[in-house]
Design a protein around this ligand. Structure first.
Ligand SMILES: NC(=O)C1=CN([C@@H]2O[C@H](COP(=O)(O)OP(=O)(O)OC[C@H]3O[C@@H](n4cnc5c(N)ncnc54)[C@H](O)[C@@H]3O)[C@@H](O)[C@H]2O)C=CC1
Ligand SMILES: O=C(O)[C@@H]1CCC=N1
Length: 276
């Protein structure tokens, strides 16, 4: 099956990013469907991408080869139980929800049926620009063709990296799932600092944004480690050193470690709380 029919359940930020990326990649509009509880987001998706949309999840998933579960973790159980009887055994289930395990999905979707083929993944919002990155984990029921399809789905919007252990998704969530927000926070802080140092707000924002873009491209395109790229900006006793020393005196690296540990712990905690 070279052109699988894909249904998205939940049409929020991530679905919009993924569908935008798939369409930009040339995936046909009639291969994509989406459902959502409310109509506003569906209308936007239908007008931007020409896809069929539904307020009834069961209607959206009818005939789909791949069902992407993209609702918030807290409503996943209800959505799965609602769809359990509608999904044939061979449907590939792709869940993008933070902290919902394959075992929970299987239990909610599978009552009385054969074990489901489930790919759990953690993408991120730059998928909208096809600059996303995702970690993917496949359970034992996922066959080679389905693995290829899941990889094709996620690699249409960025890099797709397979994981050996489901638990690693907590770390992926902490690094790259939530990661765009950390860079936006840094941009906000640098813009505010530039403004306080006397720049017009728009100028400060532009300087910060373009610097982030340039630095990210250097990090991606250079063969050098980030530490070496940093060293090359940092003249002995110069301006960068003054800033870096200030970051480090404030505990920057341990703070980053603490922040990412909190994200990973929250992902594991969601898995525990929502598995009931
Ligand atoms: N936002 C992000 O950066 C990332 C989010 N995720 C995961 O993606 C999932 C979706 O997140 P977002 O798109 O940010 O959330 P969102 O809140 O923007 O979208 C969820 C959508 O689901 C709809 N919905 C709620 N109940 C429903 C139901 N019973 N049936 C159908 N639709 C229903 C809501 O109306 C909403 O439009 C979450 O599980 C989150 O953990 C994963 C990676 C990154
Ligand atoms: O904040 C969250 O829970 C979701 C998962 C990764 C990014 N956003």
């Amino acid at each position: 099956m070279s052109n699988p029919r894909i249904a998205f359940v939940g049409a929020g930020n991530m679905t919009a990013s993924l569908i935008g990326g798939l369409r930009a990649q040339g995936v046909a509009a009639d291969a994509i469907r989406a459902s959502n509880r409310s109509t506003e987001k569906l209308e936007r998706l239908a007008s931007e991408h020409g896809i069929a949309t539904f307020t009834d999840n069961a209607e959206a998933v009818a005939g789909a080869d791949i069902v992407v579960l993209a609702v918030k973790p807290q409503v996943m159980q209800a959505v799965c139980r609602e769809l359990a009887a509608q999904l044939p055994d061979q449907t590939l289930i792709v869940s993008i929800a933070a902290g919902i395990t394959c075992a929970s999905l299987q239990r909610w979707l599978g009552a009385g049926t054969a074990a489901r083929a489930i790919v759990r993944c953690m993408p991120n919002t730059p998928s909208l620009l096809r600059q996303g990155v995702s970690g993917l984990y496949a359970n034992a029921q996922v066959n080679a063709e389905q693995r290829r399809q899941a990889e094709q789905l996620l690699s249409a919007v960025g890099l797709a990296l397979w994981l050996d252990a489901e638990q690693q998704l907590d770390a992926v969530t902490a690094v790259s799932g939530s990661g765009p927000a950390y860079f936006f926070l840094l941009l906000e802080a640098m813009t505010a600092a530039g403004e306080r140092l006397g720049l017009p707000r728009e100028t400060a924002a532009l300087l910060a944004r373009q610097t982030a873009l340039g630095a990210a491209r250097m990090a991606c395109e250079s063969a050098l480690e980030a530490s070496e790229l940093r060293r090359r900006v940092t003249s002995p006793n110069g301006t960068t050193e003054a800033a870096i020393k200030t970051f480090q005196a404030g505990g920057f690296e341990p703070l980053v470690q603490q922040a990412l540990s909190a994200a990973a712990a929250r992902s594991a905690e969601l898995a525990e709380q929502l598995s009931k």
